[in-house]
Design a protein around this ligand. Structure first.
Ligand SMILES: [Zn+2]
Length: 420
């Protein structure tokens, strides 16, 4: 009898004598298991994963043996990262109207898929995609990934951006018409805002996004009453409300009106920040790193440095006051030799520059993001019952968050999408 056949028979007898393997269960051996909420580390844990979810976290290998072992015993293991402010399907190389008119929705969806996969490879297992996605391409992208057609992060999508007439488009000739309507909904007054929110919900939005002060309010700004009706409609179906507000007055109106997060808030005073803390309103700061500004986004280094300094100063104040912070990037540009995921990770530098401890940054990139999106019951920690969105890095990100740039293992919903 050939040697191979003997081995096969021995293996068969062996399999009859021992207890059967746990079908499909993965045992992920975590050398250092991080809980971002408490900034604590547990040594030598085993995360048991069945299908898409974590079924237990245990001290030693279970009997019977799992079907598959993933050995990360030298790695720091933590929940997948979250970017709370993406525009995956937006093509920055075209002007706004050209972006809407020259690219088909199919092309926009493919841009979005490509960027979504770059984010996932870098360790972002969830993104909140806040508009500029053509005619609800973001809903299609989310559904295609949810259906398993493509690998990608969980997408919490905003649908069309709701804004005062004109969206984020500079004035165009009336002959051209409202070209921005391909991805914005003009909504002025509480009734139009209510209808716009309902429209987005109907077409599959998972978060509601308002732009309140484009170019300082060129097209008008949202009042507290308009914000409130958007918040009411969103909250009624369990969604949250994100409001783009760069200026102090508009941010104040958004906070008073019941927004769940303020996007950007570049020019806010301490009064707004203190109210945000009091009401538990998140800041999604989207502060672009100086390296990106100098690398192409701004041609004037002195202006770039001043822009960067002001943002860092505002982020430092927000952290010191105690505003809940969630990590968001707002990347729409490209840089040579850097994909979208790597560019998003560059934003960590700004947080460190603002004096924010790495342990808090990790929390802002995981637990806090999940809370803001109200998905913290199922994602954002490696607890039993949560989805197995898991990443690993060779160093401890609680000591230096920049080590997240060296993530070398990514699991999404229990499936390994990157391994070394
Ligand atoms: Zn944005």
């Amino acid at each position: 009898m050939k040697r191979g056949s003997v081995c096969a028979i021995v293996a068969l007898i062996g399999s009859l004598l021992v207890e059967p393997a746990l079908a499909e269960v993965i045992a992920l051996k975590a050398g250092y298991l991080i809980d971002p909420a408490t900034a604590s580390v547990s040594r030598d844990k085993i995360v048991l994963i069945d299908g898409a979810k974590i079924v237990d976290v245990v001290e030693r290998m279970p009997v019977p043996a799992p079907a598959r072992v993933i050995d990360l015993s030298t790695r720091w293991v933590l929940p997948g990262l979250m970017d709370l402010h993406t525009h995956l399907s937006y093509d920055y190389t075209a002007s706004l109207c050209a972006n809407y008119l020259e690219h088909g929705n199919g092309y926009r969806a493919l841009i979005g898929l490509s960027k979504a996969q770059e984010m996932l490879q870098a360790g972002f297992t969830t993104v909140r995609d806040v508009g500029n996605a053509g005619n609800y391409v973001d809903t299609d992208l989310r559904r295609a990934i949810e259906a398993g057609l493509f690998k990608g992060p969980t997408i919490v999508n905003a649908g069309k951006i709701i804004a005062p007439f004109g969206g984020q488009q500079d004035a165009v000739s009336p002959t051209v018409g409202p070209c921005w309507n391909y991805e914005y909904i003009d909504a002025d007054g509480v009734d139009e805002v209510r209808k716009a929110v309902r429209t987005n919900i109907f077409y599959g939005a998972r978060v509601i996004k308002l732009v309140s002060d484009f170019r300082g309010g060129t097209h008008g700004v949202y009042t507290e009453a308009e914000i409130r009706v958007a918040a009411e409609e969103a909250h009624r179906v369990g969604l949250t409300l994100a409001v783009h507000a760069k200026e102090d007055e508009t941010a104040m109106a958004a906070v008073l009106g019941g927004a769940d997060s303020i996007e950007h808030a570049y020019a806010v005073t301490d009064a707004v920040l203190k109210l945000m803390k009091q009401k538990g309103v998140y800041l999604v700061n989207t502060d672009i790193p100086l390296s990106h500004l100098l690398g192409g986004k701004s041609s004037n280094p002195a202006v770039a440095r001043e822009r960067s300094r002001a943002k860092v100063e505002r982020l430092r104040r927000a952290y010191q006051i105690g505003v809940p912070l969630a990590f968001g990037t707002d990347v729409t540009h490209d840089l040579p030799d850097r994909d979208r995921g790597r560019m998003a990770l560059d934003f960590i530098d700004v947080w460190l520059e603002a004096g924010i401890p790495s342990a808090y940054i990790v929390k802002a990139m995981t637990t806090q993001g999940a809370k803001l999106m109200k998905i913290d019951g199922e994602r954002g920690s490696l607890a039993k019952g949560h989805y197995a969105d898991i990443i690993a890095s060779p160093g401890n990100p609680l000591d230096d968050a920049r080590v997240l740039g060296s993530v070398d293992f990514v699991m999404k919903n229990g499936q390994v999408v990157r391994e070394r």
